[in-house]
Every structure is written in C-alpha cells, then in structure tokens.
Design a protein around this ligand. Structure first.
Ligand SMILES: Cc1cc2nc3c(=O)[nH]c(=O)nc-3n(C[C@H](O)[C@H](O)[C@H](O)COP(=O)(O)OP(=O)(O)OC[C@H]3O[C@@H](n4cnc5c(N)ncnc54)[C@H](O)[C@@H]3O)c2cc1C
Length: 281
C-alpha cells in the first residue's frame, strides 16, 4: 500500500442538543440519550482525510462503545474513511480513561503497523482529554497535542500546534499520535459519491464485513482484568450540577513541568493519600 496508514479514534457521545436523562446517582442515562459523533473527533478525521488526499493511504476509524456506536463508524465511512472497527464487549462497561486507553491501544496494535494515530482533543461527555496521550504512551509513540496544521513528507510530520499565547512548530518522525485542536480545519461535508458507496456497501454483506468489523477483547488480545471496571482504579465519589458548590483553584508554577507535576503529586498525596492508597494497585 502506498501512502500512509492511519487510525482515527472516534467516540459516540450523548447528543447535547437533546435532553439527556440523568440517573439518580448523577450519571448520564446513556441508554435514553440521543447519540452523536463526538464533535471534536470530526477535526481528527478531517486531518487524516487531508493526509490521504495529499499522499494516499488508508484510514481506519476505531471506536469503543456499545453496539449503537457502530452508527458513527459507518458515518465516518460516509465522510471518506476506508475501514471501521468497533470494539464492543460487555466487559468494557464502567471503563475509566486508564482502561479505555489500554483497550484502544490494543485495537491499534491489532490494526498493525500504523504511521499516524489521530484523536480528538477531548470528548463532550467524559471531557478529560486523557485518552489520546495515554494511548501514545502505551504505544511508545511521540505525541503532539492541540495540532492545528500538518504536513507530512518522507516519513516526517511538520506540525503546528496551539500553545498558550501562540503557536509552536515541530518536526516529528512517524509513527506518532496527535490530538487535533478544534481550531483546525472543519470536517468537509460528505461527498455524494462516498455516501452512495456506503449505501451500496451495506447491501453487499461480504464487502461490508471486509470493511466494518466488531471486535471483542479476546480478538485484540486484551487482558480482561485490565479492561472495564476491573481495570479502572478511578472512583467517582460524587457528581453534582455545575454551580452548586463554589471552589478554588491552585496553580502550580514551579517553572518546569517536572517540578510542577512533583508539586501536584505532593499536594494530592498530602490531601488524599489515603484514598490513593486504596484505589491504586
Ligand atoms: C469510574 C468511571 C466509570 C465510567 N463508566 C463508564 C461507562 O460505564 N460507560 C461509558 O460509556 N463511559 C464510562 N466512563 C467514561 C469513560 O471512562 C470515558 O468516557 C472514557 O475513558 C474516555 O474518556 P473521555 O470521554 O474523557 O475522553 P477524552 O480523553 O476526552 O477523549 C479524547 C479523545 O480520545 C478518543 N476517545 C475517547 N474515548 C474513546 C472511545 N470510547 N472510542 C474511541 N475513541 C475514544 C477520541 O478521539 C477523543 O476525542 C466512566 C468513567 C469513569 C471515571
């Protein structure tokens, strides 16, 4: 295959234009909520489509979620992606970002040798922005967050990313993982030819099965003990509506990231050490 082999990670989220129900414990009632493609992930797909347009290659869209998440995988094909994978397994229920990143990195490994992995900046539901960087770490790939512009030549990506007060330009050897900023180019509208091709594909089961697959943890070689609730040390103590309580913010400004992280960990351990000991293996 000429060109670049790319994976775009896309999540299905509750549609924020509809009224999502809330369970008595404060969690979103996902079963009742209308669903949509995470808007941030559209920027990631657009970036991959741009690389494909310039250099050729193949885009595989990967989503992890319950069976309805297949909707966004098929929708991504309508935008011009080539293949789709849904990782769906009951043992993934109650995944936190640690186990989500674990499961998704196993899918990327299952896809094979890839040149670039694209993720959105964050999701509109979980909203942590942790998943992309954690996957890069697990894949041992360089990562660039807040990507706005991208050019690839001879296996090296020149990237412009957003930083506080300006932009930064980096040259990164492939393979790498990027999280795409929502100030990057918007996803171009679906082309009639692509939408028509997907309609044809759905009619042809053999061809559809070659392009769209639903995988479980066993197929991607993931350890079920590291997925779902079992692999999720995060404990949600309480959820509440925004604005119900006040709060304060502490800035750690040690001058360099290493000192700032050490200071943050020190404060968390001092304030919440007992809880951390309980939840961390
Ligand atoms: C204790 C706990 C229990 C939870 N239980 C559940 C549950 O039962 N069901 C549930 O749906 N959620 C659950 N969540 C939420 C779930 O952990 C997060 O949605 C998930 O880890 C991704 O984090 P995020 O939404 O913050 O994504 P972010 O880190 O903000 O996302 C960044 C990017 O990563 C990619 N990405 C993120 N998630 C996916 C995905 N699933 N598939 C493909 N790409 C993705 C996208 O490109 C996205 O733009 C739970 C969270 C916690 C803390």
């Amino acid at each position: 295959m000429s060109g670049y082999k790319m994976v775009v990670l896309m999540k299905q989220v509750p549609d924020t234009s509809s009224k999502a129900g809330v369970n008595p414990d404060g969690t979103v009632d996902r079963a009742r909520a209308k669903r949509m493609m995470n808007p941030f992930d559209k920027y990631a797909l657009q970036k991959a489509l741009e690389v494909k347009k310039a250099h050729g290659g193949e885009i595989t869209v990967v989503s992890m979620g319950p069976p309805p998440a297949l909707e966004i995988v098929v929708e991504a094909l309508e935008y011009g992606a080539d293949k789709g994978i849904l990782l769906s397994d009951k043992r993934l229920a109650a995944s936190d970002t640690l186990s989500t990143a674990y499961a998704l990195h196993m899918v990327v490994k299952h896809v094979g040798k890839v040149d670039m992995v694209f993720t959105g900046l964050q999701t509109t539901d979980g909203d942590t922005a942790q998943t992309g960087p954690q996957i890069a770490e697990r894949l041992d790939m360089p990562q660039v967050t807040y990507l706005e512009k991208l050019e690839v030549k001879d296996g090296v990506a020149t990237m412009q990313r957003v930083v506080e007060g300006g932009h930064q330009t980096l040259e990164v050897p492939l393979p790498c993982l990027v999280t795409v900023a929502n100030s990057a180019a918007r996803l171009e509208p679906k082309r009639f030819a692509d939408v028509f091709a997907v309609k044809e594909l759905i009619r042809d089961k053999a061809a559809y099965d070659k392009k769209v697959t639903i995988l479980d943890l066993d197929v991607v070689g993931a350890n079920p003990d590291r997925a779902g609730l079992k692999g999720s040390p995060t404990v949600v103590g309480k959820t509440w509506k925004m604005g119900e309580i006040g709060g304060s913010c502490t800035m750690f400004e040690g001058g360099n990231a290493k000192d700032e992280v050490a200071e943050l960990v020190g404060k968390l351990t001092a304030d919440h050490g007992a809880i951390l000991e309980e939840v961390l293996p």
